[in-house]
Design a protein around this ligand. Structure first.
Ligand SMILES: CSC[C@H]1O[C@@H](n2cnc3c(O)ncnc32)[C@H](O)[C@@H]1O
Ligand SMILES: [Zn+2]
Length: 432
């Protein structure tokens, strides 16, 4: 057996206490062996003066959208997608998505993200990039049927299903999959109802955008006489292990439904604020027992993939929504960004304890903005930045050491992304 020891740090344990401890990981099984005064490993990662936390989980992302970072800002979701994003996405070539996914992977890992949920196009190629970079991910082909005839719409669902079947369990289990219809308003309801059981047969969950804006809720209520998540339930889209993105405009009955069905929510506070989509009732979800994770959404609506940023936003905006400074407190957001996200994505990660997947992050505390230390949980929720991440470990393997990405050539990745982004926009704008 080959083991990695993360030595000399202070460790955040699942009960949200922080104690001095080493962590020993089995690199072959990718699992944590023990914590405390551990045996030495074949490889050591220095955590002296640092805080060792579970790897952050980005529960909803479109990693390749890093290519569209800063391309279109300051617009509401429907206008932004229709006028800016979808026209450019129509010009995407597979190599663009590969370059964007690589850039996303580099940014995620350097910011301490060890796992993500990712919905986009060219998924086998993008998943290979995420896996090679060392990430853990639940991926899926984003299915959109609006504007397509029946044959095209079915073909999109078939692609979503075959990609999910093909990729589930890839990269020694680091890649899992889901059937990922884009949303309840951009995908045909009859096909959703028809394909959901086929995803169940394939053993994969469903993931889709839901209740993101008020404009999305009203047409469903008008057409079906029920709220979107009740409609989703009627279509068979709310089963244990499924997870939705956003869940901003949800009422009490829908929150109860999410909790009863065991459906997770990827809360995306920055994207929800930037697109002025609304404020999700996160405290009410937590009170109801809904599993909540944190997502950045794509870099075009965020505009970065820093989950530390995101969990601070989640705490701040959660307090505003609840009109209560005690709401969505530090331990709640730290848990959501780690264990919550891992549970949402169905990974046995997000906690530092024997048996859990060895996905860990070492945060450097030797920074002015992290001084003094009264409460490290407070720092994690309100002061730590992605750039404070010193080491990132996924599956027992060191992927970032002393802020250097070991799995990708960062300079080459950013150069290629810059080149691809420019040519993509030129192509898209010349098609107009
Ligand atoms: C069909 S692949 C995913 C699809 O989703 C688009 N997208 C990015 N951000 C959002 C968002 O906040 N809500 C809805 N859809 C979003 C992305 O551009 C792709 O087209
Ligand atoms: Zn999204």
């Amino acid at each position: 057996m080959s083991a990695l020891q993360i030595a000399g740090g202070r460790v955040l344990f699942p009960d949200m206490t922080v104690r001095e401890a080493d962590v020993l990981a089995d690199r072959e099984r990718g699992r944590i062996l023990e914590t405390g005064d551990t045996a030495r490993g074949d490889e050591t990662l220095d955590a002296e003066g640092c805080l060792v936390v579970p790897g952050l989980v980005n529960a909803h992302c479109h990693a390749a959208m890093t290519l569209l970072r800063g391309y279109a800002d300051d617009k509401p979701l429907d206008v932004w997608l229709r006028d800016d994003i979808w026209p450019v996405e129509a010009a995407l070539e597979p190599e663009d998505i590969v370059a964007g996914a690589r850039l996303g992977a580099a940014e995620l890992l350097k910011n301490g993200v060890t796992a993500l949920g990712d919905m986009y196009f060219e998924v086998p190629a993008a998943a290979a990039v995420l896996a090679e970079a060392g990430l853990r991910a639940r991926v899926g082909h984003g299915i959109v049927t609006v504007g397509k005839d029946e044959a095209e719409a079915r073909a999109d669902f078939e692609e979503g299903l075959s990609v999910a079947r093909e990729l589930d369990g890839a990269a020694a289990g680091r890649i899992r999959s889901a059937l990922m219809p884009h949303s309840l308003t951009t995908v045909d309801a009859d096909l959703l109802e028809e394909y959901a059981p086929r995803a169940r047969e394939a053993g994969v969950p469903l993931h889709y955008h839901a209740n993101e804006t008020a404009d999305e809720v009203n047409p469903i209520v008008e057409a079906h006489g029920v709220r979107p998540l009740e409609h989703a339930d009627d279509l068979g889209l709310l089963e244990a292990g499924d997870f939705i993105a956003h869940g901003v405009h949800v009422d009490a009955a829908e929150i109860e439904l999410l909790a009863e069905r065991g459906v997770g929510v990827a809360h995306c506070p920055a994207s929800n604020m930037k697109l002025a989509s609304g404020i999700a009732p996160v405290q009410a979800m937590l009170d109801a027992g809904v599993t909540v994770g944190i997502g950045t959404d794509g870099a075009a609506s965020n505009n970065d993939l820093d989950v530390f940023d995101e969990l601070r936003d989640a705490a701040m905006v959660g307090k505003l929504e609840a009109d209560d400074a005690a709401a969505v407190a530090a331990p709640d957001v730290v848990r959501a960004a780690t264990e919550g996200g891992a549970d949402v994505l169905g990974f046995e990660a997000g906690r530092i304890e024997a048996g859990a997947l060895a996905d860990l992050v070492v945060v450097d505390l030797d920074e002015p903005h992290l001084t003094p230390v009264h409460d490290l949980l407070s720092h994690l929720a309100y002061a730590v930045r992605g750039s404070d991440v010193r080491h990132t470990v996924v599956d027992g393997e060191v992927v970032v050491r002393d802020r250097e990405l070991l799995t990708l050539d960062e300079a080459a990745v950013t150069r290629e992304a810059e080149r691809r982004a420019k040519s993509l926009i030129e192509r898209a704008e010349s098609d107009e």
